[in-house]
Design a protein around this ligand. Structure first.
Ligand code: CU
Ligand code: ZN
Length: 193
């Protein structure tokens, strides 16, 4: 389909040229619009999304993460629904690979593009996806909104969050143990797209 529509472009240009000859100045404006529509060179996007699902049959859960880029930063709104973890605290991190296979183990370790120690978000050294602990309510629902200049949607691999996995752990991040805070097993996983 893409090749077919590309082949249409010369024909459309010819039509624009003909229109230009017939209509004079206003036809010239049409030609400018047609040229601008072909520009697809941007390397970063303004939004991204992840659907998180439970990795284990005995711990059902869901979640969403929505990312919006603005002013050189990216804002994340993360919502979790893990009824099996009601009234408990779970740890959340971005892991390196966008692969939720093998109960989330396919995501490998924490995404660490700045080569820092695991830690607590915003304090000293920490990984660029060390979201940390989220308290869930009596229904197992929790949410967090974070904004960071460590993130971009596309672009430089040091900041690009696309194709990273968001992992939800069964336990609490101690923000100290290397390399992943002793956060327990992986009960949820979703890939940032
Ligand atoms: Cu993790
Ligand atoms: Zn970490």
């Amino acid at each position: 389909m893409k090749f077919k529509s590309l082949r249409l472009v010369p024909a459309l240009s010819l039509l624009v040229l003909l229109a230009c000859n017939n209509a004079g100045k206003s036809g010239g404006e049409s030609d400018t619009v047609a040229t601008a529509a072909v520009d697809t060179t941007a390397t970063t996007a303004t939004i991204a999304h992840a659907d998180i699902s439970g990795t284990k049959s005995d711990t059902s859960g869901r979640g969403t993460a929505d990312f919006t880029a603005k002013d050189g930063k990216v804002e994340m709104k993360l919502v979790l629904n893990f009824p099996a973890k009601a009234n408990q605290t779970v740890a959340v991190h971005f892991h390196e690979h966008g692969d939720c296979s093998d109960d989330g183990e396919g995501a490998h370790g924490h995404w660490n593009p700045t080569n820092e120690k695991h830690g607590k978000w915003g304090e000293g050294e920490y990984h660029s996806g060390d979201i940390g602990n989220i308290q869930l309510d009596q229904n197992g629902r929790g949410e967090v909104t974070l904004e960071s200049d460590r993130w971009s949607i596309g672009g430089d691999e040091k900041t690009n969050i696309l194709d990273r996995a968001i992992i939800v752990h069964s336990g609490v991040d101690d923000y100290k143990t290397q390399p992943s805070g002793n956060s327990g097993s992986r009960i949820g996983c979703g890939v940032i797209k």
